[in-house]
Design a protein around this ligand. Sequence first.
Ligand SMILES: Cc1ncc(COP(=O)(O)O)c(C=O)c1O
Length: 392
Amino acid sequence: MRGERERLSPAAAPRDFAEIRRSEFPWTSDTTYLNNASIGPLPERTRLVLEEFNRKRAAPYQLPDREIFAGMAESRRLAAELIGASPEEIGLTINTGFGLSLAARALPLEAGDIVLTSEREFPANVYPWMMLKDSGIILELTPTTAEGWPDEDRLLERLRDPRVRVLAISLVQFSNGYTIDLGRLSTATREAGVYLVVDAIQAVGQVPIDLRNTPVDVLACGGQKWLLSPWGSGFVYVRRDLIRDLRPAVTGWMAFEGTDDFTRLTQYDDRLRGDARRFELITLPYQDFAGMNASVRMLLDAGIASIAEHLQALHVPVLEWAARCGVRVVSPVDHHGCGILCVMPDDVGGAFRALKAARVVCGMREGAIRLSPHFFNTVAEMERTVDILEHA
Ligand SMILES: Cc1ncc(COP(=O)(O)O)c(C=O)c1O
């Protein structure tokens, strides 16, 4: 099914997206929203699912357990489809940080071990590792390249140090959109016997991912950005062969075998589940996962490869303006680029204020303007944005 979606002709994709824009994001008629790297908007269909779920929730006898758990199974299935994994490898979580903390607490690390990451990583992928200092585990922040991007060559070189046990890195950097060469890091960490932990929240939904070709050990993702899903929805992927070796640091009561049968809950059985549900901290915000299912289905129907292609087309007017006016582009524009495009005009603050005044919503990160359009944005909106920037 996925293959079929991705065969959508490039010409067909924008037309479909225009229709989705009208029906799912009607407010885009008066606001240009280029801030998906911060918060992805909820599509109308998702808002309605939440409303319907909460309507039933108000009188909970209308929400049988079997319906809730079928919805959660569907969330695992959809998350797995997004990244080329199997549902058994997915545990549902409330955010990215939960999955990264799980990796930090559950991977078998000892005093003297080194966890490698890059300078300028988002803090969700820094603090859980920093907390291991008390156990003698060292977090090493590898200097970035001159452009401020993760230095892959340097990271790979450091893998030769036998003390390095984990490489923890964002698939897409939050402040410049640099997308790591996952294949390269995957191969190198496999060869070195180093765990690869990926913060994927800035990637999943806009960057095609297939873990069958680029294996990682743990991948964490929240739903609130590129997945256009409610706060409180997210997932962690744990590689199949690793699941049984990892014991959850915080333990939910449904992480154990036999807990599906609510008639014998006090016949305790201390065997953790064999799949990634052992990492779930039930009870979870079920309404948010119902919403996530609607959003993710929509994205998969659109096709992640088509979305990525559309985002590249959206960047063109901005890149042309930057070249014409000598404006610094902070993001990579080769195969390390993605939907996030950061620019640094001379008067960044003034440009940002001008965009805001013209109802163009974007972000300011690390001194640059961060434009993060999604598939519902149009080239016309990007041209308008350029117009404002040019006159700011
Ligand atoms: C790279 C990255 N990781 C994590 C997060 C958020 O983490 P969480 O989902 O735990 O709030 C963000 C943005 O807020 C981010 O840009």
